[in-house]
Design a protein around this ligand. Structure first.
Ligand SMILES: [Zn+2]
Length: 261
């Protein structure tokens, strides 16, 4: 039986930015993919004309289109409010995901997934990749839900900290250790499937900055350089082997740093 993967994401567009290539590859290997969004991304910013929609409604629609483009089998929305950025008022909302009781998160997942056999839960690293309160909560939620769902593995989606900090983008350097994981803590990566990742991302028009042009090859090359490889720290919950996850995930030792030559 091919594995069933549960991708736990904080907001619409995270599924494409952080794990779009992994989802596309998993589908190409015949795996079943369920994507659960904790929030609708309703505290995000947008310059899009929403017509009569709320931002949350628009982002749900975009997420469903992106997941359809990636051939995701099932999409769930868990119903928490977007916490917004750290130190903003939205984090004080009792319904904000950053304030969610982990037992409640696991309970909602367990009920929704009662007919699924989940082999691996994919969340984020302990920095929530870049410090967003909802992303940090996804880390805790994935590790809380994994054993309850009887998964064999939890995968922390992350970035390669030293690699990104070696690129000419001061934002990564400024985040210091509150950013992603050091290479030594990463175990696997997924590369390839970049066109599928971009194709999914294109559905998130409300979140695409006005100065991004997906037809501009140099912009896309820069994006590929930064986000074309999806990194993971794999955590075993029991003594199960990786099984077909070994076809999905490439061991870190096989990574060739594209900026080293
Ligand atoms: Zn997010």
């Amino acid at each position: 039986m091919p594995s069933t993967l549960l991708f736990l994401h904080a907001h619409p567009d995270d599924e494409s930015v952080l794990t779009g290539a992994t989802i596309a590859k998993a589908k190409s290997l015949g795996m079943r993919v369920v994507v659960a969004f904790a929030t609708h991304g309703d505290a995000g910013e947008t310059s899009a004309d929403l017509g009569g929609q709320t931002l949350g409604e628009r982002r749900e629609q975009e997420a469903r289109a992106a997941c359809a483009a990636l051939n995701v089998d099932r999409v769930l929305f868990l119903g928490w409010a977007d916490s917004g950025m750290a130190d903003t008022d939205t984090t004080k909302n009792p319904q904000a995901f950053c304030n969610a009781d982990l037992e409640e998160v696991t309970a909602r997942l367990s009920i929704a997934l009662v007919n699924e056999t989940i082999d691996a839960v994919i969340g984020y690293d302990h920095n929530g990749t870049y410090g967003h309160p909802d992303h940090i909560q996804i880390h805790h939620a994935a590790h809380h839900a994994g054993p309850a769902l009887k998964a064999g593995w939890v995968l922390d989606a992350s970035y390669n900290r030293e690699y990104l900090q070696s690129l000419e983008n001061p934002a990564y350097g400024e985040m210091g250790d509150n950013f992603a994981l050091p290479e030594t803590d990463l175990t696997h990566f997924v590369d390839g499937f970049f066109d599928e990742k971009l194709g999914a991302l294109m559905n998130h028009a409300s979140q695409t900055p006005d100065d991004i042009d997906m037809d501009d090859q140099s912009q896309m090359d820069t994006f590929a350089q930064q986000f074309g490889t999806e990194w993971y720290r794999t955590v075993a919950l029991d003594d199960r082997p990786l099984g077909d996850l070994a076809e999905l995930l490439t061991p870190k030792a096989e990574w060739k740093n594209p900026s080293a030559n």
